[in-house]
Design a protein around this ligand. Structure first.
Ligand SMILES: [Fe+2]
Ligand SMILES: [Fe+2]
Length: 201
């Protein structure tokens, strides 16, 4: 799906539905991190106006998702609480940092954007897997997750398009770089001993 090279374990969706409260809490944190990651890229690259515009728009959408998941938490009597341990994004960033060419500032930005694209793609896959389970446990959330599924797919494309812009004369290298990073991401997913009830677990 999208550029992903490994499918989530078949047991994840059932577990996520069973432990929906834990998934929702983790999901709220993921949306908050998605907004703050986009804004931190804006802060680091204030002269790249295409990036400033696209990522501030994306951050606004992620913040809207965050607020809506928080509303769901409150309706279920939950608090946001401290975030569950999320090794997925950290492992992915470390894997990207281990690739050659890190000395070139422009490729650092390209990689950060492509890591963002992969996280969006994986979230999108997870929402798609969760959707058939929701009617059994929380039918009222189906329209929300259908909307999120489409929105995270759109964010994947935004990040890939921005990576091509950021690469400038090296834009033709971006597809290959995404392919390499997707292979690393797939390994992280395959290395999971057991699925956990989190968006990327
Ligand atoms: Fe989102
Ligand atoms: Fe997103």
């Amino acid at each position: 799906m999208l550029c992903l090279k490994a499918e989530t374990a078949g047991t994840w969706a059932g577990l996520a539905a069973q432990e929906l409260d834990r998934v929702l809490i983790d999901h709220a944190h993921c949306e908050m991190k998605a907004a703050s990651n986009a804004l931190s890229l804006v802060a680091r690259h204030p002269d790249e106006m295409d990036l400033v515009r696209a990522l501030s728009e994306l951050a606004a959408e992620e913040l809207d998702h965050f607020r809506r998941v928080v509303t769901v938490l409150e309706a279920r009597g939950l608090t946001l609480g401290t975030p569950p341990v999320d090794t997925y994004a950290a492992l992915l960033r470390n894997a990207a940092a281990s690739l050659p060419s890190r000395h070139r500032t422009r490729l650092v930005l390209v990689d950060r954007l492509l890591v963002g694209a992969l996280i969006e793609a994986r979230s999108c896959e997870r929402f798609k897997l969760l959707l058939p389970e929701l009617p059994k446990v929380a039918p009222e959330l189906v329209p929300f997750y259908e909307e999120l599924f489409a929105c995270e797919a759109k964010h994947f494309r935004t990040y890939v398009d921005l990576a091509k812009l950021a690469a400038r004369e090296d834009a033709n290298l971006v597809d290959g770089r995404l392919d390499t990073l997707a292979t690393l991401e797939a390994q992280i997913i395959r290395d999971r001993a057991l699925p956990s009830p989190t968006v990327h677990g």
